[in-house]
Write a protein that binds this ligand. Structure first.
Ligand SMILES: Nc1nc2c(ncn2[C@@H]2O[C@H](COP(=O)(O)OP(=O)(O)OP(=O)(O)O)[C@@H](O)[C@H]2O)c(=O)[nH]1
Ligand SMILES: [Mg+2]
Length: 264
């Protein structure tokens, strides 16, 4: 049980490679993984070790996050943690963003969801390396899950790593993954008061993307008010307004992302 947010993420996470039914990696509490192989009769044989769960979940997480950060820095990998409520458009944003980055930089993706490999399958269709972490009843990714996934996939030098966190506007903000940046995605159907009601996510974020602007004519949402609310809780927040569906507003976002990649 996670002492921080009360969700159960202790060792329950499993990493999947979309399209490869024989591939599963169970993530231990120390971030080690063990593959499970199915024999001809479908029986599982697990290899690995279990370590007692640390009491201080966040301290333990932060230590491993620093190891991840060191690894990313050594390889000049720009790791971005994408966070939002369920359905704000994180995967759609990646589907539209990656094809514009891929000609210039290698891109890898880690997908976080409680269940299914649906998002990883959507990303795999773009032709970039992707692994899916299923957190089971856990409501966020943590540093050990990312550490394990990164060790499984390996990362190219000077590349972009996109980590799509579990859809949740609360708990994922508390867990450092070792990323260089957190980007919170909010969509116009969620209400322009969300930055005030869920400030931790916006305080922790480096940038905010207001998505689904194509729906603005149909919903009572004031983009200016939302921006002001977000900047009230974090005046350094970079702000983007776009529609991942139509591509409107995408140029500014892509130019900004490319400028960050140049610095890697
Ligand atoms: N109108 C409109 N719909 C969008 C836009 N972006 C995403 N959607 C739709 O919103 C729904 C959710 O999009 P996803 O990209 O799956 O959202 P997500 O944040 O990845 O969802 P989870 O991974 O479940 O948290 C889908 O039906 C998308 O087609 C947009 O800019 N405009
Ligand atoms: Mg998604």
């Amino acid at each position: 049980m996670c002492d921080t947010c009360g969700c159960s993420s202790d060792g329950g996470a499993v990493i999947y490679r979309p399209g490869d039914a024989s591939y599963h990696v169970h993530v231990d509490n120390d971030g080690h993984g063990h593959h499970q192989h199915h024999d001809s009769e479908g029986h599982e044989h697990s290899h690995g070790r279990q370590v007692a769960l640390e009491q201080d979940v966040l301290l333990q997480n932060n230590l491993l996050a620093e190891r991840n950060r060191g690894y990313f820095e050594a390889k000049h990998v720009l790791a971005i943690n994408f966070l939002s409520s369920p359905g704000s458009g994180k995967t759609t944003l990646l589907e539209k963003t990656i094809p514009q980055i891929k000609p210039h930089h290698r891109v890898s993706v880690i997908e976080g969801d409680q269940q299914t490999t649906r998002d990883a399958e959507r990303i795999q269709a773009l032709g970039v390396p992707v692994l899916q972490v299923n957190t089971g009843t856990g409501c966020h990714l943590d540093a050990r899950m990312v550490n394990r996934a990164v060790m499984e996939m390996g990362l190219a030098e000077n590349s972009l790593l996109c980590i799509e966190n579990v859809g949740n506007l609360v708990c994922p903000a508390l867990f450092d993954l070792g990323e260089a940046m957190k980007i919170v995605v909010i969509s116009v159907t969620e209400g322009d008061d969300k930055p005030l009601k869920y400030p931790t996510m916006f305080v922790e974020a480096d940038a905010c993307i207001l998505n689904k602007t194509d729906l603005l004519p149909y919903v009572p949402f004031d983009a200016g008010v939302c921006r002001d609310n977000a900047l009230k809780v974090n005046r350094k927040l970079e702000w983007f307004e776009l529609s991942a569906a139509t591509g409107e507003g995408f140029d500014v976002w892509i130019e900004w992302l490319k400028s960050k990649l140049k610095k890697e």
